[in-house]
Design a protein around this ligand. Structure first.
Ligand SMILES: [Zn+2]
Ligand SMILES: [Zn+2]
Ligand SMILES: [Zn+2]
Length: 173
């Protein structure tokens, strides 16, 4: 017999001027237990079990912020690496500091990070790009497994197993 948990998120939700609350029931399984989350609005800033749920969506190329992925990806991105293209979703979590995945420089916002030119950009020329993983005590190269204590030290070294034949270590998420 499976245990049934029901979390009422409505009480944790504080929306001002939001649209009429129409409950959405989301169900899923965690291990052998069944979990049902009753949500009130997908646009609403909310927390489930004390964990903040991402409600802002950022472009990884320019840091533009939107409340939905559909509005984000509808807009043209002024910093798109191909010169022209739509905003593209940054899939990491919201952080107080963002590191460049190519060189490890640190900025307080994605927009300020992606404004700067990266000296270790894999294309030879390009802007800093936000590392989408979380901050950790050791970063591992996704191509060869080399371990370093910072993204800047990791990406300073050449990787013998780089898929392009030549290139720097790159941090795994
Ligand atoms: Zn953008
Ligand atoms: Zn960089
Ligand atoms: Zn490597």
């Amino acid at each position: 017999m499976k245990k049934l948990f029901v979390f009422f998120v409505a009480a944790l939700c504080f929306c001002v001027g939001n649209k009429a609350m129409s409950p959405i029931v989301v169900s899923g399984t965690t291990g052998s237990d069944t979990c049902i989350i009753i949500d009130v609005s997908s646009d609403c800033a909310r927390s489930i079990n004390g964990t903040d749920v991402l409600t802002n969506y950022y472009c990884k190329y320019c840091g533009a912020k939107y409340s939905s992925i559909s509005s984000l990806t509808a807009g043209n991105c002024p910093r798109h690496p191909n010169g022209k293209g739509k905003h593209t979703l940054y899939e990491g979590s919201e952080k107080s500091q963002y590191y460049c995945e190519y060189c490890g420089v640190k900025y307080s916002s994605i927009s300020s990070l992606t404004a700067g030119t990266c000296s270790r950009h894999p294309n030879g020329k390009g802007k800093h790009a936000p590392y989408e993983g979380n901050e950790k005590s050791q970063y591992i190269c996704k191509y060869c497994g080399a371990k370093y204590s910072s993204i800047s030290s990791l990406t300073a070294g050449s990787c013998s197993r780089h898929p392009n034949g030549k290139g720097k270590h790159a941090p795994a998420l």
